[in-house]
Design a binder for this molecule. Structure first.
Ligand code: UDX
Ligand code: UDX
Length: 445
C-alpha cells in the first residue's frame, strides 16, 4: 500500500476521473477540480458524466477519499497535481495546449514543493516549455514530471491498476521518485527516464498501435482481392511471439479520443522539426480510406445508394464506451447521407444528437433494420452477435449485412439467408451458393 498523499487532479474528464478514482483506491486523498459546474454537481451527487466500466463503483467505494471542486485554490494542499485536461488538435494538426496553459494559470500558490504531473498527451518538448512557464510565473518551487496514461476506454480502471508499465520522466530525480511512490501497491515495471523520452514513449506507443491496425487493414484489403481470409491470416501472424496477437483486428478503421489526434500531433511535431514522417502519414491515410470502404461494399450490392435505407449498428468508436469522438460511424453516416441514403442508427449507449444530424436514431436493433436494404455492423457490441437471425432477416427489405468488425461467422450469416460481407474475408465466391454447400467450402481453422 502506498504512503497516503494528497493528489490534485485538473480535469474531471475521462482520464482525470479514472486517475483520481484509482489513486483513491490505492489509499490516497484525492481532490478533483473541473471548470464545468454541472459536471462537479453531478459528481457530487454520485452521477457519472459518461459511461466507463467499473468507474462508478471505484468512485462510490472511495467516496470518503475523493472531493470535487470548481475552485483551483482547493488544490493547494495537494502534494502532486495531475494535469488531465484535453489536448485536441488545432487546424494545423498541432496539439492545442491552451487548456494546459489555463491549468498553469490556476495553479495554487504554495510555499512548499508541489509536483506538477502531466497525464494528458502532449508534444515532445512540452515539459521544457512548462518548466520555463513555471519559472516565468515565479513558481520555482514546483517540480515537473511526465507520466503519460495508457488507458483504453472500456477497461481504463483495469489498465490503471494493472498496467504493462508505468512511465515516469522527470527533470529532478526526487520528483520522479515521489511520483513513483504514489503507485506503490501496483505491480508493474517502472520506466524512469527524462521528460522528452517519456513524452515520446506515449506518442510512439500509440503510433505503433495505429500502424498495426492500418497494416492489418491493408492486408485485409489485399485478402479481399486475392481470396484469403484476414481473420485466419491475423491468427497465423499473431502466434509469432516476435509479433504478438494484439491490434491485428481488421475493421473499419480506428477512431477515439486519442489515436486520430495523437497521430496528427506526432506527424505535425516531426514536420515542425523538419522531418517528414512518411510511414505515419500513410497510416493515417489508410485509416481514412478504410472508413469509406464500407460505402463501396454497399454500392457493390445495392448500386446507387439514393433512397436506400441503411442501418448503422453501433455508433461508439469501439464497444464498451459511449464515446463518439472520431468514431467511424460519423464519417459513414455523413457519407451515406451525402449519397442520398436514409440512415437509421442504433447504439446501446452512445447518443450522437447533432453529430449525426439527418440520421434517425432507433431504440432497438430490430427497429433500425426494419425495411432496411442493408445493416452495417460499425461497433463490435455483443448485442450484435446474434444479428443473423430469422427475425432480422424477415424484417429487412434486403437481407444484406456488411460486417465492419468481422463480428459474425460468415458461413452462419449466409446460411441464415443473408448476403454477407466482412472486412478482408472472401465474399463473392460464396455469394449465392446453395446453403448446404457453404460449410464445406469454408477454410477450416
Ligand atoms: C484528455 C486528452 O484528450 C488526452 O489526450 C489526454 O491523454 C488526457 O486528457 P479526456 O480525459 O478524455 O482526455 O478529456 P475530457 O473527457 O475532455 O476531459 C477533460 C476535462 O477537463 C473536462 O471535464 C473539462 O471540463 C476539464 N477542463 C478543461 C478543466 O477542468 N479545465 C480546463 O481549463 C479545461
Ligand atoms: C487508445 C490506447 O489503447 C491507449 O493506450 C491510449 O492511452 C488511448 O488510446 P482507446 O482509444 O480507448 O485507447 O481504444 P483502443 O482499444 O486502443 O482502440 C482504438 C481504436 O482502434 C478503436 O477504434 C478500435 O476499434 C480500433 N482497433 C483496435 C482496431 O480497429 N483494431 C484492433 O485490432 C484494435
Amino acid at each position: 500500500m502506498a504512503e497516503t498523499r494528497t493528489i490534485g487532479i485538473f480535469g474531471a474528464g475521462w482520464v482525470g476521473l479514472v486517475t483520481g478514482g484509482c489513486f483513491a483506491e490505492l489509499g490516497h486523498e484525492v481532490i478533483v477540480r473541473d471548470v464545468m459546474p454541472e459536471r462537479i454537481a453531478a459528481l457530487e451527487a454520485g452521477r457519472m458524466p459518461f459511461h466507463e466500466a467499473d468507474l462508478p463503483e471505484v468512485l462510490e467505494r472511495n467516496r470518503e477519499r475523493i472531493r470535487y471542486t470548481l475552485d483551483a485554490d482547493d488544490l493547494a494542499e495537494a502534494d502532486a497535481l495531475f494535469i488531465c485536461v484535453q489536448t485536441p488538435p488545432t487546424y494545423s494538426g498541432d496539439a492545442d495546449l491552451s487548456y494546459v496553459w489555463t491549468a498553469l494559470d490556476h495553479l495554487p500558490r504554495v510555499d512548499r514543493r508541489q509536483i506538477l504531473v502531466m497525464k494528458s498527451t502532449v508534444p515532445v518538448g512540452t515539459g521544457e516549455k512548462v518548466r520555463a512557464a513555471l519559472q516565468a510565473r515565479d513558481l520555482t518551487e514546483a517540480g515537473y514530471v511526465s507520466n503519460p496514461e495508457f488507458l483504453a476506454e472500456g477497461h481504463a480502471v483495469r489498465d490503471f491498476l494493472n498496467p504493462d508499465r508505468i512511465v515516469i520522466g522527470s527533470f529532478a530525480e526526487e520528483d520522479g521518485a515521489a511520483v513513483e511512490a504514489l503507485y506503490d501497491g501496483i505491480e508493474a515495471p517502472v520506466v524512469r527516464t527524462d521528460v522528452a523520452s517519456a513524452e515520446m514513449i506515449k506518442l510512439a506507443a500509440n503510433a505503433f498501435l495505429m500502424t498495426r491496425i492500418s497494416f492489418i487493414n491493408e492486408i485485409a484489403n489485399v485478402c479481399e482481392a486475392v481470396g484469403a481470409d484476414v481473420v485466419e491470416v491475423a491468427h497465423g501472424i499473431g502466434l509469432d511471439h516476435r509479433l504478438g496477437k494484439h491490434f491485428l483486428r481488421a475493421g473499419i478503421g480506428y477512431g477515439g479520443s486519442c489515436f486520430p489526434k495523437d497521430s496528427l500531433a506526432l506527424k505535425q511535431l516531426a514536420s515542425n522539426s523538419g522531418y517528414h514522417f512518411q510511414l505515419l502519414a500513410a497510416v493515417i491515410e489508410v485509416n481514412e480510406l478504410q472508413k469509406r470502404r464500407v460505402i463501396q461494399k454497399l454500392q457493390k450490392h445495392l448500386g446507387k445508394l439514393r433512397g436506400k435505407k441503411v442501418a448503422l449498428l453501433g455508433l461508439a468508436f469501439k464497444a464498451g464506451t459511449d464515446d463518439l469522438r472520431e468514431a467511424p460511424s460519423l464519417v459513414l453516416a455523413s457519407r451515406l447521407l451525402a449519397e442520398g441514403a436514409e440512415v437509421r442508427a442504433w447504439d446501446p449507449v452512445a447518443r450522437p444528437g447533432e453529430l449525426m444530424k439527418g440520421a434517425v436514431l432507433s431504440d432497438t436493433v430490430l427497429d433500425a433494420v426494419r425495411g432496411a436494404d442493408a445493416a452495417v455492423i460499425v461497433t463490435e457490441w455483443d448485442e450484435l452477435r446474434g444479428l443473423a437471425s430469422r427475425e432480422v432477416q424477415e424484417a429487412m427489405a434486403h437481407p444484406l449485412i456488411i460486417d465492419g468488425r468481422n463480428l459474425l461467422d460468415p458461413a452462419e450469416a449466409r446460411s441464415a439467408g443473408f448476403a454477407y460481407e466482412g472486412i478482408g474475408r472472401p465474399s463473392s465466391p460464396f455469394e449465392g451458393l446453395p446453403e448446404t454447400a457453404e460449410p464445406e467450402q469454408r477454410v477450416s481453422r
